[in-house]
Design a protein. Structure first.
Ligand SMILES: Nc1ncnc2c1ncn2[C@@H]1O[C@H](COP(=O)(O)OP(=O)(O)O)[C@@H](O)[C@H]1O
Ligand SMILES: [Mg+2]
Length: 291
């Protein structure tokens, strides 16, 4: 039997009316891997996360978590509360009338854990996220960064199998974003939890991901490490989307090509455009040079 990835989406399709949002999307995440789905607004990132969590059902395809088919877009359907997933929403979705402590404790209370166990776990996770001193505050009394930590704490306190984060840093003050990102990344690596994050921010994807998946027009058009995506974009869309490449139409003479067959073996994107990034360009007394 073939070894299965920890999380697997197989040929997932989803349409709203005539709008085919996801078109046979497949992806895998290994245990403890940090996956980032990168795509512009409206490309279907949240839809993928919601299909993994079970809030939305796909029209076609299968979702497999830890060796178990949780949705086969037919009769098999495990509801969200039985999937053992932590979810951090873009707007955090904290309960406004509850203290930070009660927000974090909520999933444990739902599971009817003993009071002492709840206190212990909330304190532990609050310690890790450095929010111990604000546990009696209401969300409105917390900074954006603190609210986000409370949301992360609530998502991981029940020690779920999988952590989903939907644009979790977009409401954080840009000046703090890099350090908050780094802390969250360190935390999820420390806990060793398999994570899928959605973002439209290429820099964020680059700095956090073990593996990036580029979502465009309903398809995953490239999967790779940040370095692979940056250095070897599959087409001009990815090249430009990830770190703004200068792309010029070009007539490319390839004298070493001997036959039409050899020419055809090149991908179309290798013919007709030349791309280079600003950091690979220098200006000297003879003009601009791309290296
Ligand atoms: N409940 C819905 N009904 C109709 N269209 C929807 C619904 N949810 C999402 N969409 C459409 O699906 C597309 C993808 O949405 P979404 O997954 O939220 O994208 P992203 O998170 O990448 O911004 C968008 O065109 C959006 O308008
Ligand atoms: Mg979204």
């Amino acid at each position: 039997m073939r070894r299965m990835a920890f999380l697997e989406l197989r040929n997932i399709s989803k349409s709203y009316g005539k709008n085919r949002v996801l078109d046979k999307v497949s992806l895998t995440a290994e245990k403890s891997e940090f996956l980032v789905i990168l795509g512009a607004s409206g490309e279907g990132k949240s839809t993928i996360l919601n299909i993994i969590s079970g809030v939305i059902r796909p029209d076609e395809g299968e979702v497999v978590i830890d060796g178990r088919v949780v949705d086969d877009s037919n009769k098999t359907y495990v509801p969200p509360e039985l999937r053992d997933i932590g979810y951090v929403f873009q707007n955090y979705a904290l309960y406004p009338h509850m203290s930070a402590f009660d927000n974090i404790a909520f999933p444990l209370k739902m599971r009817k854990l003993p009071e002492e166990e709840i206190k212990k776990r909330v304190r532990e996770v609050a310690e890790m996220l450095r929010i111990s001193h604000v546990l009696d505050h209401k969300p409105s009394q917390l900074s954006g960064g603190q609210q986000q930590r409370v949301a992360v704490a609530r998502a991981i306190v029940k020690q779920p199998k999988l952590l989903l984060m939907d644009e979790p840093f977009s409401n954080i003050d840009p000046a703090l974003r890099a350090s908050v990102r780094w802390e969250i990344k360190t935390l999820v690596k420390q806990v060793g939890i398999t994570t899928v994050m959605a973002t439209h921010d290429q820099e964020e994807a680059m700095s956090l991901a073990d593996k990036i998946l580029i979502l465009h027009k309903g398809k995953i058009i490239q999967t790779g490490t940040p370095e692979e995506i940056y250095n070897r974009p599959v087409n001009t869309y990815v090249a430009d989307f990830v770190g703004g490449m200068n792309i010029l139409p070009a007539n490319i003479l390839i004298p070493q090509i001997e036959s039409i067959a050899e020419l055809k073996s090149l991908s179309v994107e290798n013919i007709g455009y030349i791309g280079f990034r600003a950091e690979h360009t220098r200006l000297d007394d003879q003009g601009i040079k791309a290296e």
